[in-house]
Design a protein around this ligand. Structure first.
Ligand code: GDP
Length: 325
């Protein structure tokens, strides 16, 4: 057993995650927690159907990361991928705005077959995770379809992948639309996993389109208000490492900064992890209710992920002991 595994032996954690940023911290948490003690609740608002196949980008990014199958450079998709089908599709003039590798495609094919034979997304994801020997539990946030849409300043309503991949996040955002979210139930294991957790971690994922869809499901916010919750900022020095989160804050009239991320979650947050480069941002912050922790949050290597995960967990344990009567 590693030192970290001894340190966190009985600690139960639920993490809320999107894709690339979420998967990095989740990989660290998975490596320091005991098997079965981490539950990852993953955004499915980005899911869509393409060529008739059910595609779950964030779920796959998280699972590939935990299985050690992820492309280390891109942070999404599989390592050692080949592109035979995609190249042949291009030769047929088929749509190529969404890249589909051959190995990745196999997963979409099998997931679609299982869904069509009556499996739930939660159950088939568990099956894939078992097959890949993933030690943590990975849950889609819900089993029913949940569609995040983006209303642009020009008044167009775009499906998330149309905005994100096809339009390369270029249109100016006016609002995010989570139609009928209040009627969509969280997947069966999600609320119990949050209730059982000693600590809830919000990964450094996009607050608007990776974490907010999860928070919109009935019952989630109410539970978070009762739990010890720590968020890690996806914004460092006003910028994202990757993706449109900072651009979204700015287009919605909010300064893109780690402080704005904290404000976004303020109603249920107990602790906030910001990057040490943002120390000045919090210089005059009155940390009475939400406790701050500054550290290096950039995760380039597996060692970075493990180190940050262990720091986040120790910070969480501190908050729990402060909160204890
Ligand atoms: P997506 O669904 O693939 O866009 O992934 P997420 O929503 O999970 O992650 C996107 C966010 O991750 C962006 O806002 C990035 O700034 C953030 N991110 C990516 N890598 C890192 C990192 O190493 N450290 C921190 N703090 N944030 C990161």
């Amino acid at each position: 057993m590693t030192d970290a595994a001894v340190e966190f032996s009985d600690f139960r954690v639920a993490a809320l995650a999107g894709g690339v940023g979420g998967a990095k911290l989740v990989r660290g948490l998975d490596s320091v927690l005991q098997p079965g003690k981490l539950t990852v609740i993953v955004n499915t608002g980005d899911d869509f159907v393409h060529f008739g196949l059910q595609i779950c980008p964030d779920l796959d990014t998280v699972c590939y990361a935990l299985a050690g199958l992820a492309d280390p450079m891109k942070g999404w998709g599989r390592a050692d991928e080949t592109w035979q089908v995609f190249t042949s599709l291009a030769e047929l003039d088929a749509p190529t705005w969404f890249q589909l590798g051959d190995k990745d495609l196999a997963l979409h094919l099998e997931r679609t077959r299982l869904l069509q034979s009556g499996w739930s997304l939660s159950a088939l994801t568990r099956g894939f995770c078992d097959r890949w020997n993933i030690r943590s539990r990975v849950l889609p946030m819900c089993d029913e379809p949940f569609r995040t849409r983006v209303r642009t300043a020009e008044g167009k309503l775009l499906d998330f992948q149309e905005y994100f991949v096809r339009e390369r996040c270029e249109p100016k955002v006016q609002e995010f639309v989570f139609a009928h979210a209040e009627n969509i139930q969280a997947a069966p294991e999600v609320l119990p996993a949050l209730l059982e957790a000693d600590l809830v971690v919000l990964c450094p994922s996009n607050p608007w389109v990776s974490i907010d869809p999860i928070l919109h499901l009935p019952g989630i916010r109410e539970i978070l208000q009762e739990k010890v919750v720590v968020a890690v900022s996806p914004i460092i020095q006003g910028k994202t490492i990757k993706g449109p989160a900072a651009k979204m804050f700015a287009e919605l009239g909010i300064p893109p900064s780690s402080l704005s991320v904290l404000d976004h979650y303020a109603d249920f947050l107990d602790g906030f992890v910001y990057d040490a480069l943002d120390r000045e941002v919090f210089q005059n912050y009155d940390a009475e209710r939400i406790i701050l922790y500054g550290t290096d949050t950039l995760m380039k290597t597996d060692e970075d992920k493990t180190r940050l995960a262990a720091e986040v967990l120790r910070f969480g344990q501190n908050l729990i002991s402060r909160k204890a009567p």
